[in-house]
Design a protein around this ligand. Structure first.
Ligand SMILES: Nc1ncnc2c1ncn2[C@@H]1O[C@H](COP(=O)(O)OP(=O)(O)OP(=O)(O)O)[C@@H](O)[C@H]1O
Ligand SMILES: [Mg+2]
Length: 413
């Protein structure tokens, strides 16, 4: 008995002592905004210069920020808004600041509710019409006589979901305000987003424009080094591991989020193995895990018909890979739909789904000639079978179909 207690004591002691790898894991989370953003000084300065007039009670130009994912747009915008908020308190300025992520907010209602709450206008969680909410927002602004600096992050999500009515109203709101003004910082990583916008909205929204470039491997190294100082105990992160994280993330497209993910997961791999130094091998393992999770998530979030197409390719690959041509996939897909009581899409639509799965890397398709019978596509799986089976066996609709025996195969063999 005593021995057992001793063993547990060790477990507790080890746990209480904390990690031997991480000093502060929190700073590697996606929403952490560091105090220092290496290689974004120019962007911070420019956004600071553009928005500074709001501190004196004047509206500033609207700004449109775009750049690829992980280039620091959200971090820079939050950083500057935090500083404006701080300064406003110090000098008792009438500026109000609001940061909304449009994708997470999800609806126009919630975006407007966030804007209202930033000017202390209480609104119910639901129940009002969007137009009504907008009027309350406008009235409240006007009665308070304030400048509102509103950052709309992932603004493309708003427009893709709901069209640009709300943006249109927001960009026009100043025309009907006398004592107050709204200035907007719009942020997007979708470079084609501009094409979706009404030209009038676009021109108002992008009075100023900022483009964030992808980070180079060297820049990512500096970013990682700064974060590693607070995230890990001294001497834990090897230089080679740090360089590899930066190089791998730069090879994709200079994405700081990816670089930080690699660093965090590499730390977790080392910790789990009981190692106290993070080496290149931990980073390689981290890369595999992240890739696995990415593929897993991308399959999981596919629409049902795409999942059935993938399942068809999976089932066919069990038999003879030569049989996986578009026609067979379609036959099996239709059979599966019938079994599931769903109506199948047209062959043409299924071909499009196959192309999409190809672009995502989940299927490989290659055009082959069938001699005088024309051409078809030969299709194989782009990823290990196991991962598809793992995802689909958790799918309520499709899990029972994993071992389905195709009827039409007997006629082919
Ligand atoms: N210059 C930097 N210094 C330190 N950390 C940074 C820097 N740039 C980005 N990061 C960090 O990298 C991650 C991704 O950055 P951020 O969220 O700002 O990217 P983004 O451009 O908004 O990407 P997305 O378009 O996907 O929203 C965040 O955790 C952020 O803290
Ligand atoms: Mg962002």
């Amino acid at each position: 008995m005593e021995r057992r207690i001793d063993i547990l004591d060790n477990v507790f002691a080890h746990f209480l002592k904390g990690s031997r790898v991480f000093r502060n894991r929190e700073v590697l989370r996606h929403d952490y905004v560091p105090d220092y953003l290496p290689h974004r000084e120019e962007e911070i300065l420019r956004l600071g210069e553009i928005t500074a007039p709001t501190l004196r009670g004047s509206p500033c130009s609207n700004v449109f920020i775009y750049g690829k994912t992980g280039t620091g747009k959200t971090a820079v915008a939050k950083f500057v808004l935090n500083r404006i908020t701080q300064k406003a308190k110090e000098i008792n300025s009438q500026v109000r600041v609001c940061f909304v992520n449009c994708r997470l907010a999800g609806t126009e209602y919630r975006i407007l509710a966030a804007l209202c709450s930033s000017i202390n206008e209480r609104v119910p969680f639901t129940g009002l019409a969007v137009g009504e909410l907008f009027d309350r927002f406008r009235k409240s602004l006007e009665s308070q006589g304030v400048i509102l600096l509103a950052a709309l992050d992932e603004i493309d999500a708003l427009v893709k979901m709901r069209g640009d009515t709300l943006l249109y109203e927001l960009t026009r709101i100043n025309e009907s305000l006398n004592r107050s003004k709204v200035s907007i910082i719009g942020i997007s990583n979708d470079l084609k987003f501009k094409e979706f916008l009404d030209p009038r909205v676009l021109s108002t929204l992008s009075e100023e424009e900022m483009v964030f470039k992808p980070y180079t491997a060297e820049e990512l190294q500096d970013i990682l080094m700064e974060r590693a100082k607070i995230a890990f105990h001294e001497g834990v992160l090897s230089e080679e591991a740090l360089k590899l994280c930066a190089a791998l993330a730069a090879a994709e497209h200079g994405d700081a989020r990816r670089a930080l993910d690699l660093l965090r997961v590499a730390g977790e791999v080392a910790e789990r193995r009981g190692d106290t130094k993070i080496l290149e091998e931990h980073v390689r393992e981290a890369q595999k895990r992240i890739e696995h999770d990415r593929v897993y998530e991308s399959i999981k979030s596919l629409p049902t018909h795409s999942k059935i197409v993938l399942l068809s390719a999976l089932i066919l690959s069990r038999f003879d890979s030569d049989h996986s041509i578009t026609g067979e996939i379609y036959n099996l897909y239709s059979e599966l739909c019938e079994q599931l009581g769903m109506s199948p899409l047209t062959q043409r639509r299924v071909s499009e789904l196959i192309n999409e799965l190809d672009v995502m890397g989940l299927l490989n398709s290659r055009v082959v000639s069938l001699g005088r019978y024309g051409r078809t596509k030969k299709i194989s799986l782009g990823i290990p079978r196991k991962i598809i089976i793992d995802v689909l066996s958790e799918d309520e609709i499709l899990k029972d179909m994993l071992n389905y025996k195709p009827r039409f195969l007997s006629s082919l063999q």
